[in-house]
Design a protein around this ligand. Structure first.
Ligand code: ADP
Ligand code: MG
Length: 614
């Protein structure tokens, strides 16, 4: 048989290698920003168009490249940063693989302009799909500009695989944050489609965090500082009460490199134990310094994971240091689960007269405690919409064996009688009770029905919100004192984008600017004290996934809001509330599944019970 093995041409090899280095526009951003840092720049500008799909451009005032280096920099395994394998264990630069520029040039249109301090004239180079198109002398300032256009232009499959612009932008901003946080003394600017996203002057670490995440962040930061022989820790944790339901600001840097480490995360989380509820994630910005010899950053192609020689000691030290900081800053002793959360509401009450915090603020704070009081839930009461109690049971009588059969039952809202809720239990013959503050149990003629209160309420709110968003009929409750909330600038921009839909649900925004949101009206469906969490969760959900089409975006909004607003497991419901919930559920178009497709209720047939006693 003839020989069949051949060496791949360089441009093909580069394309394959590119698959590892460049997954999305954000990967290009990361590589170019890191190169600028390695080039000792003191000022870096990132320009993005169409979430990086059309253009990613980074300009720095660093050391620049000579004519030969400019050409060489696009060769694979061409690097000025290491010379031998030993250097791998003494890294002081971000890059070292010499792969990034070669990979990027294989899958995009690239333009490079660069000049060193001492040369009179610079270089202008264009490359497309690894082929040098032109190389000319050029008059340019000291430093380097690299423009990467039309990413994946020659790999349509990869291009099609990219997510929507908001999602890709989110990834870019994440990378930008990571580099900017690690290098506060370097000035950074970021522009997207011509408008300023960030303008960060050279500063210290605390100021950098505040400049990125908004001025209100300052008072949330607790400094952390410790130095031992093997480890130096500097940085901040967020006060426990500013932890979030979703993973928010969690940053580890080791020797100025952003890393992900579930292990070290665990160390931080355990230092917060007892200070935050289980589903709350603490925020942190932690800068660790270790001897470069004691880490191996070479185990992952995109280099966000590293291996420490002495992981256990680092874990223990980190945990102890953070516990100490939390204690020292008097965070730990004042945290008392019975305390009224109203005192640390993270938004600005400055315009309000001090009033006694109302009990409803910590309504669901201790979910396992029974409460005899009525739970203050704002049900979207709309009696005329509720299906009649009786009709539910009529329908179920013949359908007890198959839950799916319930979908066929029509509950016409027109048939509803207003007298339903005035009826007492004896008259309607309906008994409901709550199980573990989680389920509502109701006997049926043929057995019983068990309804998940949280999922049921999600379904009710979801249909209500979706309708409000699309047909715009919601009413607002005017707030006596407008709520002033503080978000980061990009988060405010996200809210601006969905402002119209939010207004359809009943929000009234009196101001939406920079880092401030002022709200003068909120939907009748929610409590004022829930607004902050709701908006945070919404922004987070949008960052994670925004479908492009109008309908699915509304759908997502309604889902996210419904999940945030729904009564939670652990809340005790009185008889009237239980009945309302059931009536409203069965007035829904699809009562049997939650907005996220979980079953809302189940039935237990008397026959099933009988079998248990045989
Ligand atoms: P690495 O960063 O791993 O060395 P890259 O492909 O990212 O590999 O870059 C190759 C080389 O090009 C670098 O080692 C550096 O010498 C040079 N280089 C890249 N970007 C810049 C820049 N912005 N300023 C100066 N030199 C640069
Ligand atoms: Mg590099």
């Amino acid at each position: 048989m003839a020989d069949i093995i051949q060496l791949l041409p360089d441009h093909v090899a580069n394309q394959i290698a590119a698959g590892e280095v460049v997954q999305r526009p954000a990967s290009v951003v990361k590589e170019l920003l890191e190169n600028a840092i390695d080039a000792e720049a003191t000022s870096i500008t990132l320009v993005i168009k169409d979430a990086g799909k059309t253009l990613v451009q980074v300009t720095d005032n660093g050391i620049g490249m000579s004519v030969t280096d400019a050409r060489l920099s696009f060769e694979r395994h061409a690097t000025s940063k290491i010379k031998s394998a030993e250097d791998l264990f003494n890294l002081h630069t971000k890059g070292f693989r010499g792969e990034a520029l070669a990979s990027i040039a294989a899958i995009a249109h690239v333009e490079l302009k660069t000049k060193t301090e001492n040369s009179e004239i610079g270089t202008h180079l264009t490359i497309e799909g690894s082929k040098v198109i032109s190389q000319d002398p050029a008059v340019v300032p000291k430093g380097t500009t690299i423009s990467v256009k039309n990413l994946f232009y020659n790999i349509p499959a990869r291009r099609n695989f990219l997510k929507s612009n908001p999602v890709e932008s989110r990834h870019i901003i994440d990378e930008f944050h990571r580099v900017a946080l690690a290098h506060p003394s370097v000035a950074f600017q970021m522009l997207h489609n011509g408008s300023d996203v960030f303008n960060l002057p050279s500063s210290n670490s605390r100021q950098r965090i505040v400049n990125i995440f908004g001025s209100k962040t300052n008072e949330k930061l607790v400094p952390v500082s410790e130095e031992t022989e093997i480890l130096k820790i500097e940085g901040f944790v967020l006060k426990p009460e500013f932890g979030k339901k979703s993973r928010g600001e969690q940053f580890f840097f080791v020797n100025d490199r952003f890393i992900k480490s579930p292990y070290l995360h665990h160390a931080v989380a355990s230092a917060f134990e007892g200070l935050v509820k289980n589903d709350i994630h603490p925020g942190y910005f932690l800068f660790l310094e270790v001897d470069p010899h004691s880490i191996d950053i070479n185990i992952h192609p995109t280099k966000t994971e590293i291996k420490f020689d002495d992981e256990h000691s680092i874990y223990a030290m980190l945990r102890a240091t953070i516990k100490h900081s939390l204690g020292q800053f008097n965070i730990a002793p004042i945290l008392d689960f019975e305390r009224d959360k109203g005192f640390d509401t993270p938004y600005d009450y400055s315009k309000k007269q001090p009033t006694a915090p109302s009990i409803e603020v910590d309504r669901d704070f201790n979910p396992f405690k029974e409460r005899s009081k009525q739970s203050n839930i704002n049900f979207p009461f709309k009696r005329e919409k509720a299906a009649s109690w009786e009709s539910l049971y009529v329908g179920l009588k013949d359908e007890t064996t198959a839950i799916s059969g319930l979908g066929d039952i029509e509950f016409e809202s027109e048939e509803v009688t207003g007298s339903l809720f005035e009826n007492n239990e004896a008259e309607t013959g309906q008994i409901t009770f709550q199980l573990q503050n989680k389920y509502i149990v109701s006997p049926l003629k043929s057995g019983m029905m068990i309804i998940h209160q949280n999922l049921a309420h999600q379904r009710i709110l979801y249909e209500e919100l979706l309708k409000n968003i699309t047909i715009k009929e919601a009413i607002s409750q005017q707030l006596l004192f407008p709520l002033q909330l503080h978000f980061s600038k990009p988060d405010v921009e996200i809210i601006e984008k969905i402002r119209e839909q939010l207004e359809h649900t009943g929000f009234i925004f009196s101001e939406l600017k920079d880092e401030t949101i002022e709200i003068s009206g909120i939907p009748v469906l929610i409590l004022e004290s829930h607004v902050v969490n709701l908006l945070h969760q919404l922004v987070q959900d949008i960052k994670e996934e925004v479908p492009d089409s109008g309908f699915s975006q509304n759908d997502m909004l309604a889902k996210s809001m419904a999940v945030s607003m729904a009564i939670k497991t652990g809340v005790s419901l009185n008889k009237v509330e239980r009945e309302h919930l059931i009536n409203q559920l069965f007035a829904c178009k699809e009562p049997s599944v939650s907005p996220n497709n979980k079953p809302v209720f189940t039935t237990l047939d008397a026959n099933d019970l009988d079998k248990k006693f045989m």
